[in-house]
Design a protein around this ligand. Structure first.
Ligand code: GDD
Ligand code: MG
Length: 323
């Protein structure tokens, strides 16, 4: 059984504006590397040898970094949508570049998860499923795709972003599709996999299974979540082979100048060329390259844009400055 992958990275990242005005969401730095690198490494670790990046918004920024994938132990190809085709249209478009395979893992490009991908693939094969959807439980399902399961783990209903969710089980953004099933999505059209494809698969009686895994899960689609993902990767709440080696609960890039009296903790990531002056406290934050943090500042759960100057003595809490 050969498994390939598609990574959906074409969205606008609207909820992360202005962080995403120059950089697409999946290329934002999370724990020292572009977020996409964590997902590519995860795919590679699960034994997947080929991944197609389905790009649209700022598509040109991916290839110079990831190239043909040799550095990441996986073959990488790029499917560019001239205008965004939606999640379903993006999957259909990207599948045209895949080598022969039996099934395809499809990742949302903004989910950090500790789920066992190899086990999800095995579950898909064991059930002879046509589609297997990774599910997780949340307190409030309104912002997600809400899923109802039958006793045998087949999906009964899928409702994207409903006002009154019928369960607390959600689509966690990682599917396995049998290769042939992708051809049922119409080509060269805007299609939402969540609003159109899944409901139509269920109507037509396709075997769609839910794979429930309650390990770490986070959609990095808003600034609070982005900075939390970075801090959690650095403190080890969740691990990724893509996180650069570091000691302690911070990651400070080579070439940053941090005063020895500064306290840098709770998963803070300091990018190259940053200057941090004396007696600062920086906790759970991302400091963009070239930023200058004056003496006696306190920065907590915040993101400071590259090249921003923060005046001495400022207190910045849960804020996104300088973008
Ligand atoms: N190629 C391509 N083309 N990718 C796209 C497009 C497109 O037109 N539109 C969105 N994407 C990508 C985004 O870049 C992102 O990685 C992924 O598809 C999901 O889009 P989001 O905009 O982040 O969707 P969401 O977070 O509101 O909801 C989705 O994720 C939830 C879990 O985090 C849905 O799949 C929900 O059902 C799910 O619960
Ligand atoms: Mg999202």
């Amino acid at each position: 059984m050969k498994t390939s992958a598609i990574l959906l990275v074409g969205g606008m990242g609207t909820r992360l504006m202005p962080l995403t005005s120059k950089t697409p969401k999946p290329m934002l730095q999370v724990a020292g590397v572009p977020f996409t690198e964590h997902q590519i490494r995860k795919a590679s670790q699960a034994g997947i040898s080929e991944i197609v990046l389905a790009t649209s918004y700022k598509a040109e920024l991916f290839e110079p970094y990831f190239g043909d994938g040799a550095k990441f132990g996986i073959k990488i190809k790029y499917a560019v949508e001239e205008s965004a085709l939606g999640t379903g249209g993006g999957i259909r478009n990207a599948a045209a570049l895949l080598d022969d395979c039996d099934q395809v893992v499809i990742f949302n490009g903004d989910v950090l998860s500790g789920h066992d991908l190899a086990a999800q693939i095995q579950f898909h094969i064991n059930n002879k499923a046509e589609v297997t959807m990774y599910l997780t439980k949340v307190a409030d399902a309104r912002a997600y795709g809400c899923v109802e399961l039958l006793a045998d783990n087949q999906v009964k209903s899928f409702l994207e972003k409903m006002e009154n969710p019928v369960s607390n089980l959600i689509n966690a953004g990682c599917y396995i599709f049998n290769r042939k099933v992708i051809d049922q999505i119409p080509a060269n059209q805007v299609v939402s996999v969540e609003r159109v494809t899944f409901p139509s698969f269920l109507n037509s009686g396709l075997k769609v299974y839910g794979y429930l895994d309650n390990s770490y899960w986070l959609d990095i689609g808003n600034p609070q979540a982005l900075v939390k993902a970075s801090a959690d990767l650095i403190t080890g709440v969740i691990t990724s082979v893509a996180t650069p080696k570091h000691s302690g609960d911070h990651l400070i890039a080579a070439g940053a100048q941090v005063s020895s009296s500064a306290i840098i903790n709770l998963g803070t990531f300091i990018e190259p060329k940053v200057v941090v002056e004396s007696n600062c406290q920086i906790s759970g934050s991302i400091i963009g390259s070239g930023a200058k943090i004056g003496a006696n500042c306190k920065i907590v759960n915040s993101i400071i844009a590259p090249d921003t100057q923060i005046e001495a003595g400022m207190v910045v809490i849960s804020n996104y400055l300088g973008f």
